[in-house]
Design a protein around this ligand. Structure first.
Ligand SMILES: [Cu+2]
Length: 129
């Protein structure tokens, strides 16, 4: 009993990041390329409850945004500081890329737009299966 208590103390003493690290260790890479003015691919599908590394590559000459308010609100995002404008989108400067870890939690269809270029057809969709 004494050793069990000691073990529990050790586990509880680990920093939260160390205990939570394993849920991200097998993150599947999901890459979306942004050009002027399009997402490639423009529709992506995630599995509910699985960890992903979302990679956004802006190969255009304009700044683009991966705007998906409902999707980001419903997902566990490891570092929400990546998200801009109240947590609704990722902003990627031309020639740059962004990457972030997330776990989609709720099945459904979610809107995807570039808030700057939706008028020009830069729209898509996200599905969580
Ligand atoms: Cu754009």
């Amino acid at each position: 009993m004494k050793s069990l208590f000691a073990t529990l103390l050790v586990v509880l003493a680990l920093p939260p990041v160390a205990r939570a690290a394993d849920q991200w260790s097998h993150a599947k890479i999901m890459t979306v390329v942004m050009i002027d003015d399009q997402f490639q691919p423009d529709h992506v599908t995630f599995q509910q409850g699985k960890a992903y590394e979302l990679r956004l590559e802006n190969r255009g000459k304009e700044m683009h945004e991966f705007t998906a308010p409902d999707f980001f609100r419903s997902a566990t995002v490891r570092d929400r500081r990546l998200l801009a404008n109240g947590g609704i989108e990722v902003v990627v400067q031309p020639g740059h890329s962004a990457r972030g870890l997330l776990i989609p939690r709720v099945k459904g269809d979610y809107g995807l737009t570039c808030a700057d270029h939706d008028w020009n057809g830069m729209v898509g969709g996200i599905k969580v299966d």
